[in-house]
Design a protein around this ligand. Structure first.
Ligand SMILES: [Zn+2]
Ligand SMILES: [Zn+2]
Length: 345
């Protein structure tokens, strides 16, 4: 089968190649991929140098499909079921965090598309314990949006608590940022979105999704947030921006004393941030990583019940062969979520 393969550690070494099909075993199913999203992380990775032990592999971790093959012992799924699946392939199940149900934080965790092959291809091998059936009214494209929805759910509703009528600031208007917006709106928060001038399309979608204030990063966002809060600062700032440390500096300035900053975007490099502001303002800095089984159930319900609109966020659907065009759309921010579809039978 054809797959998009990251074949070297050097940046931009991704190409369409012939690979062998994954083989069924006792603990996995094989899915026929129907839709797979291009994540901001895929774009960042594309331009990054990767470690020796990471290549070659097939990226793609936001996906849905139908079950093509299953081991005989499985009773709760059948071939042909429409499913999406988590990004985890293996956790130890025995350490303290696994024991507490937070297996997303297991040190021994292995990921789909991080060492394990991902879904930018026809068939992907997924662990049985991490598949979720798609409700009938959730399309494959929407099914590929459950993963980023879970990232945002964890950041906004588990690791943070936006309050009704209070300001939540969300920095970054990519898929995760706009899903964090929707999660904060579920709690009745007033939401300010901060984006760049070239994020205009995304800011517009944010407005349609109920953002109360749109602030451009070139427009002195710290001052704007202070104005909105009578110079007090925002009780909650969620920083979804990746590969930049500028936003954490701004977050430290605009958060209210005693408030919280939740960091969901990766820094991906060392930062010169001075954390004295954190000490002086008594701020809580909260990281947020990945998601768990329960969050997948919640997010599938939110999408199925129409409480979260992921459809509006899908601006392009392309055949997998046109991945370059999809990546370009992402880099140029000409759309929001680009979904690729393998064109197998
Ligand atoms: Zn992602
Ligand atoms: Zn563990």
């Amino acid at each position: 089968m054809k797959a998009l393969v990251r074949f070297d550690t050097k940046p931009e070494t991704l190409e369409f190649r012939e690979v062998s099909k994954p083989e069924l075993d006792d603990t996995h199913a094989i899915l026929k991929v129907k839709a797979v999203g291009i994540c901001g992380r895929d774009l960042e990775h594309f331009r990054e140098e990767l470690g020796e032990n990471k290549v070659p592999f097939i990226p793609g971790h936001e996906y849905s499909g139908t079950i093509a093959e299953l081991p005989d012992h499985v009773k709760d799924f059948k071939v042909g079921d429409r499913v999406t699946a988590e990004t985890v392939d293996y956790v130890c199940g025995e350490c303290e965090v696994c024991d507490a149900g937070n297996y997303n934080l297991c040190k021994k965790r292995k990921n789909i598309s991080g060492g394990m092959n991902g879904a930018f291809t026809d068939l992907v091998k997924v662990p049985l314990g991490y598949m979720h059936k798609l409700p009938d009214n959730v399309s494959f494209e929407e099914g590929a949006m459950v993963e980023p929805a879970c990232v945002s759910y964890n950041a906004t509703l588990v690791n943070s608590s936006p309050k009704e009528n209070e300001l939540t600031v969300i920095i970054g208007v990519g898929t995760v940022g706009l899903l964090c917006l929707q999660m904060a709106k579920l709690k009745g928060a007033k939401v300010a979105l901060i984006g760049l001038p070239d994020d205009a399309i995304r800011m517009k979608i944010g407005e349609e999704l109920g953002a109360d204030y749109l602030i451009y990063a070139t427009d002195n966002p710290v001052e704007k947030v202070l104005e909105l809060t009578k110079q007090n600062g925002a009780p909650l700032v969620i920083d979804t921006v990746g590969a930049s440390s500028k936003t954490i500096d701004q977050a430290l300035e605009m958060v209210r004393p005693g408030g919280q900053i939740t960091k969901v975007g990766w820094f991906m490099k060392t930062t010169n941030t001075t954390f004295d502001t954190l000490v002086r303002k008594n701020i809580r800095l909260q990281g947020s990583f990945s998601h768990t089984h329960q969050m997948w159930k919640e997010c599938l319900d939110l999408i199925s019940n129409g409480k979260i609109n992921v459809k509006i966020m899908i601006t392009h659907v392309l055949p997998l062969e046109n991945w370059r065009e999809g990546f370009e759309l992402g880099f140029k921010k000409e759309g929001l979520k680009v979904i690729l579809k393998p064109t197998q039978e």
